[in-house]
Write a protein that binds this ligand. Structure first.
Ligand SMILES: NC(=O)c1ccc[n+]([C@@H]2O[C@H](COP(=O)([O-])OP(=O)(O)OC[C@H]3O[C@@H](n4cnc5c(N)ncnc54)[C@H](O)[C@@H]3O)[C@@H](O)[C@H]2O)c1
Ligand SMILES: N[C@@H](CCO)C(=O)O
Ligand code: NA
Length: 433
């Protein structure tokens, strides 16, 4: 191969993912050169504490991330610091200067994606972010490129490994949420501060990114309805099991078409019961999987490691190769596609289905009183199971689809009926008609 100008890369951050990016870049240097048509070289690595990075070449380390980004010696910026500050400013500066960006930062993209895309468009730079959603799993490129000729109707998946590990363990052991979280922390799956994962913020950022790509519409984290897994109880898991279902934290992005043909999108993250026969039910531990439905392609499932240093670095490297190839070919990758600008539905208007488990007095007329509340709210019942005991009985109800607001009001009213001793479990149901 004749000598070509190397692509010079600034790496911002050298933690779990960054360390693996350096390793892969170094170990595969020759193969990457062949695949790209030019060598890729590290121009510098911005870190906070240089003495903590004995595993990477010392002469590359700097604490001046802004200086590295603005250096004339840098063509591409790879950001694996995370968070909004200082990453937002650093990446905007890079893009404004025409330097392509590869990032794993879902929080930044879900909040400020449009600013980044605008800066990329203005200068003609690339913005790639496959690692930001579902780690190693090729998902954003299929949505952005392979399925760009189809009409995607739904993206539903398990996009947070920590919560999936906790829910899988609760399902396997019957243990409660708090003790399972403790175990997940002990094993190193849950972080010291697990808030972003267990309260659904991480999954909501990913859902916003997925919905934006799937529906060609700007969707931010603030547009995503979010419930985490803190309130999922052993009783909820047991109720699910009793019905041949399991509980998963799902990110669901849907195209909703009103009876008058008006299109909108609904984007939500919440725990849901799915049948044990559903492909997502067998995704256990820290794995991720995403189910995509498109008009022409039909149903597809993407499965693999959604987190971890090496798997996430694999996605970063794939993006780096893509932007480097574009540079060699003097071309560009896909831009932001938000032309559809569909409105985002409030959760209350979104059609969902509920599973409700009640402890009720075991006397005549209870079922009809409960059923009357459903009728009053125009919520239709799909299945009822009643199990009598000596003094009281359990009543399990699964509804047909109704608006989330109608279902919530129904549950509130039922909880107040004198014949209902306790609302044992309420959970949305997904993955079946
Ligand atoms: N770890 C994963 O499994 C995973 C998976 C997918 C995406 N991501 C994303 O990748 C990014 C990095 O994650 P991570 O797990 O490697 O985090 P990490 O905390 O292990 O690494 C981040 C590094 O950035 C450094 N840093 C902080 N501020 C800096 C600054 N101003 N300049 C230079 N360095 C700075 C920190 O010292 C740390 O070493 C995040 O956006 C995260 O959401 C991580
Ligand atoms: N904390 C995230 C990391 C990957 O984005 C998870 O548990 O899935
Ligand atoms: Na990915």
């Amino acid at each position: 191969m004749k000598a070509v100008k190397p692509i010079r890369v600034a790496l911002l951050g050298c933690g779990t993912v960054g360390t693996e990016v350096v390793r892969l870049l170094t170990d595969q240097a020759e193969d990457l050169t062949q695949r790209i048509g030019a060598p890729v070289e590290l121009a510098g690595i911005a870190v906070r504490r240089p003495n903590k990075h004995r595993e990477v070449p010392e002469h590359l380390l700097t604490t001046d991330a802004a200086g590295l980004v603005s250096s004339d010696d840098v063509d591409v910026v790879v950001e694996v610091i995370g968070g909004i500050d200082p990453t937002r400013g650093l990446l905007l500066d890079a893009l404004k200067a025409g330097k392509s960006v590869v990032t794993a930062n879902k929080a930044l993209l879900a909040e400020h994606g449009s600013d980044l895309f605008e800066a990329a468009d203005a200068s003609g730079a690339d913005l790639y972010f496959e690692a930001a959603v579902a780690g190693a799993i090729p998902l954003l490129r299929p949505l952005r490129e392979s399925l760009a000729g189809d009409r995607i109707t739904r993206v539903m998946g398990i996009v947070n490994g920590t919560t999936n590990f906790i829910l899988s363990a609760m399902d396997a052991t019957g243990a409660g949420y708090a003790e399972t979280l403790e175990e997940a922390s002990r094993l190193g799956y849950a972080e010291a501060d697990p808030t972003a994962d267990v309260d659904g913020f991480d999954a909501a950022s990913k859902a916003a990114i997925l919905a934006s790509l799937a529906f060609h519409t700007r969707v931010t984290a603030a547009d995503v309805y979010r419930e985490g897994i803190r309130s999922v109880s052993a009783a909820d898991i047991a109720a699910a099991k009793g019905l041949g279902r399991t509980v998963k934290l799902l990110a669901i992005c849907e195209r909703v078409v009103s009876p008058s043909g008006q299109e909108s999108v609904a984007v939500r993250v919440h725990p849901a019961m799915i049948p044990r026969t559903h492909p997502l039910a067998s995704v256990n531990g820290a794995f991720n999987a995403v189910f995509v439905e498109a008009d022409a392609a039909g149903e597809m499932m993407f499965y693999g490691q959604g987190a971890g240093g090496a798997p996430t670095a694999s996605a970063v490297l794939g993006d780096l190769v893509a932007v480097a190839r574009n540079k060699v070919a003097s071309g560009r990758g896909p831009r932001e596609s938000a032309y559809a600008a569909l409105p985002v539905q409030p959760m209350g208007n979104t059609p969902t289905r509920y599973h409700i488990s009640l402890d009720v007095a075991d006397k005549p007329g209870v079922l009809s009183q409960v059923a009357a509340v459903f009728a009053e709210h125009d919520v239709s019942i799909a299945a009822v199971r009643q199990e009598g005991r000596v003094e009281d009985a359990s009543l399990v109800i699964v509804t047909h689809a109704a608006t989330d607001a109608a279902l919530r009001s129904t549950v509130d009213k039922i909880g107040g009926l004198p014949v209902v001793r306790e609302v044992v479990s309420v959970m949305r149901v997904e993955g079946e008609e």
